[in-house]
Design a protein around this ligand. Structure first.
Ligand code: ARG
Length: 590
């Protein structure tokens, strides 16, 4: 938070010298080398360069207008025009005690709230949620939480796959091979069995394939029987999805499946055609390159054998059916009109795996051409695959795709074993609760702590380890801090007030790290990378461990004791808040 005050003063100083400068680019960030200070700004160099000014001179002029003496011992000009800020101990102490009193937690709610739609999870009807959906669900939820915490208006939308060619086969299966008892026991399992059965039959026998096509056509043209079955399949699937979301603590503001957009698709195609953006191509309607981008950047071109070939997006098939792309264009238009929440989004975030990159590049480009007047940031936040220990896509022993619910069960079971070994004295109920929080936290954290664009190897041992950058390590760190308060029988330091004195190196390092919590939240929201926050929290626990080892807390006295208690209190708060926006709970004991 202090960096925001410094930034504002620096921006004022820059404005007084260069009234027309874009001061939103004048930023203050943690120093890359703390030898020279706590924060730095390198904005003046690029400003000077653009204006062909001497950067050191500009820095000197700005510094003369800059008064940050409330917070800084010194401001120094370094190199070609960097500004280095060294914080005053009293300013750090004040920020810390403010946080201990609950006045802030080192971040400010934005003064410019954006409306942000987060499109994530989006599983498909009649299929179990598999590990591929886990990344979207966990990442999307975390991004939504962080944006909300920073004060943005967030709308979460689950774009479930409830329409499409799979329903033809499912309908054939349902009508001919349904096992009612199995459906009652495990609806998704039974629907999956039906799909696989008919899918295999279609490969053997073209007559079955025709049958499936016919059922699909009937469904799409409003056949009551087929619509009834389709609705039942949706209801059964949604029950399962709801169960998983409840367990993971995830809520959606809306769940408009693909079918919701059906009535709009015809209009979308007509609109794009009359705007000259879509054309007939081999009986289908397609969006082709507009020729305005360099081929490398053009999503409607693909390079084969050194040649650039057309790579169209089909929005209407030759049989009249519509595609995934058509639905996504309709969805975009619907959202931009304010959806059902009544506000035009400033930003839409789509969280899916990396294989959909081309799809979204095409959709975004087509939408820009279709509605050049609309100002919106469109982001495809994509991620890599989860691999098994053999470095191949994560599968069960028998080669089946791993299902999310089973995975969550196993996480809790494994965590329970560990907790029970460590804490024999806890009641069963407490152990079960800890196992739930640690088990689910481990899966989520392991996923979120990765660079999302990389594949990662799923490892129970690593994610459940009490050492390293894991959920259990952080959750345990939290319980340790909290135990200090139980030992000291102190509720919280907020009420103790009084002077704070920070002198040990470990105290200062911890305090300065705490100050940067808000910066990290902003960086996550900017780059859509919760792993920045994971790294920050992991480092925080490291700072806390070093502090706790070297600085007695309960045995200290006076201003030192106040400071140390405040450090404990605020570390616990930041850990808890940080984990919460990752969708992870904590417990008081472990
Ligand atoms: N249902 C799709 C899938 O499982 C993901 C949908 C993502 N969102 C979107 N607007 N296309 O791959």
């Amino acid at each position: 938070m202090l960096h925001i005050f410094l930034e504002q003063r620096l921006q004022d100083a820059v404005r007084s010298i260069l009234p027309d400068a874009d001061i939103s680019r004048v930023l203050v960030r943690p120093a890359t080398d703390t030898k020279f200070g706590d924060y730095q700004s390198n904005a003046l160099m690029s400003l000077a360069k653009e204006r062909k000014m001497n950067p050191r001179q500009l820095a000197t002029d700005v510094k003369a207008k800059l008064d940050v003496s409330e917070w800084c011992d010194k401001v120094e000009i370094a190199g070609a025009g960097f500004l280095n800020f060294t914080l005053k101990l009293s300013a750090i102490g004040q920020a810390l005690s403010g946080a201990a009193r609950g006045e802030h937690l080192f971040f400010q709610k934005t003064t410019k709230p954006r409306t942000v739609v987060v499109d994530f999870s989006s599983p498909n009807i009649a299929k179990p949620m598999h590990v591929g959906h886990i990344r979207s669900t966990i990442l999307g939820d975390s991004l939504a939480r962080i944006l909300r915490l920073l004060g943005h208006r967030v709308v979460t939308d689950n774009h479930i796959g409830d329409w499409g060619t799979q329903f033809g086969k499912l309908l054939v299966g349902w009508k001919k091979h349904l096992d009612k008892a199995a459906l009652e026991k495990d609806p998704i399992g039974e629907m999956e069995r039906l799909y696989k059965l008919v899918n295999a039959a279609c490969e053997q026998d073209p007559a079955v394939l025709d049958e499936a096509r016919q059922e699909l056509v009937n469904l799409q043209s409003g056949d009551e029987t087929n619509l009834g079955i389709w609705r039942e399949m949706i209801a059964l699937s949604e029950t399962q999805f709801e169960r998983v979301y409840k367990r993971l603590g995830i809520k959606f503001d809306c769940t408009y499946g693909e079918s919701f957009y059906n009535p709009m698709l015809k209009g979308v195609v007509e609109d794009l055609r009359s705007a000259g953006l879509a054309k007939e191509s081999d009986g289908a309607i397609a969006i082709l390159s507009d020729g305005k981008l360099p081929p490398k950047e053009d999503p409607f071109l693909v390079q084969r054998d050194g040649e650039w070939l057309a790579n169209p997006a089909i929005i209407q098939k030759d049989d009249g059916g519509f595609n995934y792309a058509t639905t996504d264009l309709a969805t975009l238009q619907f959202r931009m009109e304010g959806g059902t929440w009544g506000a035009k989004p400033d930003e839409i975030i789509y969280v899916t795996d990396g294989r959909q990159q081309l799809h979204f590049r095409q959709i975004f480009r087509a939408f820009r051409n279709w509605h050049p007047e609309i100002d919106v940031k469109l982001a495809h936040v994509w991620f890599g695959s989860i691999l098994g220990e053999d470095n191949k896509p994560f599968k069960t022993r028998s080669g089946e795709t791993v299902k999310l619910e089973g995975l969550l069960d196993e996480a809790e079971e494994r965590a329970l074993k560990i907790v029970s070994e460590k804490n024999k004295e806890l009641t069963e109920q407490t152990r079960l609760e800890i196992a739930r929080v640690v088990g689910l936290g481990s899966i989520k954290y392991f996923d979120l702590s990765q660079n999302r664009q990389s594949d990662y190897v799923f490892s129970w041992d690593k994610m459940l380890s009490l050492q390293g950058n894991t959920a259990p390590y952080l959750q345990y760190a939290y319980t340790r801090v909290r135990s200090i308060f139980r030992k000291g029988e102190l509720q919280d330091v907020g009420s103790t007030g009084g002077d704070i004195s920070l002198d040990a190196l470990e105290e200062l390092a911890l305090a300065k790290h705490l100050l940067n919590f808000g910066l990290v939240l902003e960086a996550v929201a900017e780059d859509y990378r919760p792993n920045f926050l994971c790294t920050y929290l992991y480092e925080l626990s490291g700072h806390f461990a070093r502090f706790y080892e070297n600085c007695p807390v309960l045995k200290s006295e006076g201003a030192q004791r106040t400071a140390r208690l405040a450090l404990c209190e605020v570390t616990a708060k930041v850990l808890k808040q940080g984990l919460e926006v990752l969708g992870i709970e904590v417990t008081e004991t472990m």
